[in-house]
Design a protein around this ligand. Structure first.
Ligand code: ARG
Length: 412
């Protein structure tokens, strides 16, 4: 059988490997059906699981090489921070944890393909999701010469058949295969679909959530958290400086304890299907809320008016597999130049599912109490408004006069 150990002569394929049943079965399928040597690549993006055990499992299943890449810093710097600058929420609610992981994994595959001399890359996505699009478009953007294999689109098999296939070949079938949900998670959030959630009328049962306490059971007293930003980058929590990863982990915990970050949406997939997904993303929700508020304090009205519509585009491009597009990269550079000013501290109140800004301050604040106040300290020149209003309203006044004249000319 072709699957009997590496021949050293066969072509290689780099498989995006998670350690789960699907991608484990694919190691064997690529060997048996495509006669390829498999290089497994798994990205550590802060998801739970024993990474060394996952690496070994790919080898045990027949891969000729297996790599686990700690990509958490790369994820933070090149994906999550630009997404935070864009306050990126797809369709106004999903912080895009799964969506942004895909182009990163594709990049790791492309790099591994170079190192291993592979002409092929493969992923375990089905033919009706967004992830297939993200993997393949990202791969094409990074190395258009690579060929892509999507076995799950070619080889339609039921869950039972897949388990049977695995058992026949001695591939361990995890007990979690009985989970009623399909889960994807990384440090920016957890995505959960399928099972009873497929009926949009069903309220998600508590077992659909893992990172968050239900708001009903959350503490009856609010938790306040102070988040300090420097140039758009969150750098400290409650006065303690820490790296981005540590800060995100802390906010996931604090937010989760207060029931913050639960999202239940009907969302539009790129392939035309409406789907129902449950997300948990406490840190992403808190950070975006705080960051957006600090922008309101530190950026000019014109900058905000220019920036907000671009934020939508970033969320869409992240969702739609266009992360590596020139437009997305250009918007990130645009944001980077504005973010220089986004320095300061935001105080957020976490309480029974809500994350609400309670206060904000900044050395770059454009808020001027003398201008804003209604009390004696007022320094605003009220008389200047008179001339301003005359000019501001001038076009409308001219238009109204013209309307009136033409109305007078009409014969009734
Ligand atoms: N709907 C989300 C997206 O397209 C998440 C997809 C993965 N979800 C899952 N539960 N396996 O980005």
């Amino acid at each position: 059988m072709a699957a009997d150990g590496p021949s050293g002569k066969r072509e290689r394929v780099v498989l995006a490997y998670s350690g789960g049943l699907d991608t484990s079965v694919l190691v064997r399928w690529l060997m048996e059906e495509k006669d390829l040597d498999v290089v497994a690549v798994c990205a550590d993006l802060g998801q739970p699981g024993d990474m060394e055990a996952i690496r070994q499992k790919a080898l045990d299943t027949g891969a000729v090489a297996s790599e686990v890449v700690d990509a958490k810093d790369m994820f933070a710097e090149e994906f999550l921070l630009p997404a935070l600058w864009a306050n990126a929420l797809y369709q106004g609610s999903y912080p895009l944890a799964t969506a942004m992981a895909r182009p990163l994994i594709a990049r790791l595959q492309v790099e591994a393909a170079k190192r291993h001399g592979a002409k092929y890359v493969a992923h375990g996505c089905t033919g009706k999701g967004n992830d297939q699009v993200r993997f393949e478009v990202a791969t094409a953007a990074l190395d258009p010469a690579l060929s892509i294999i999507a076995p799950m689109r070619e080889w339609m098999l039921t869950r039972e058949e897949e388990i049977e296939y695995a058992r026949e070949r001695g591939i361990p079938v995890p007990v979690t295969v009985d989970s009623p949900y399909s889960i994807d998670e990384n440090l920016w959030g957890r995505s959960c679909e399928c099972g009873v959630l497929e009926d949009p009328w069903n309220e998600p049962p508590e077992d659909a959530y893992e990172w968050t306490t239900s708001p009903e059971d959350a503490p009856g007293k609010p938790t306040y958290v102070e988040i300090e930003f420097e140039g758009g980058i969150p750098v400290a929590l409650d006065g303690a400086r820490m790296g981005f990863l540590e800060l995100v982990a802390a906010l996931n915990r604090m937010g989760g304890e207060n029931g913050v970050g639960r999202i239940d949406v009907i969302e539009d997939r790129l392939v035309g299907i409406k789907s129902r997904e449950i997300y948990e993303a406490p840190a992403a929700c808190i950070l975006i809320t705080a960051h957006k508020d600090l922008e309101q304090l530190t950026l000019t009205r014109e900058a905000l008016a220019g920036k907000r519509p671009l934020e939508q585009r970033v969320a869409e491009m992240a969702y739609e597999g266009l992360w590596f597009s020139p437009l997305n990269q250009a918007i990130t550079e645009f944001n980077r130049s504005l973010e220089r000013r986004v320095t300061g501290t935001v105080r957020v109140k976490l309480y029974k599912g809500l994350a609400v800004v309670a206060g904000r301050r900044s050395p770059n604040s454009l808020y001027d109490t003398g201008l804003a106040t209604y009390d004696k300290a007022d320094v605003f020149d009220h008389t200047a408004s008179e001339g301003f209003i005359r000019l501001w309203g001038l076009p409308l006044k001219v238009w109204a006069q013209s309307e009136k004249r033409s109305g007078e000319g009409e014969v009734s």
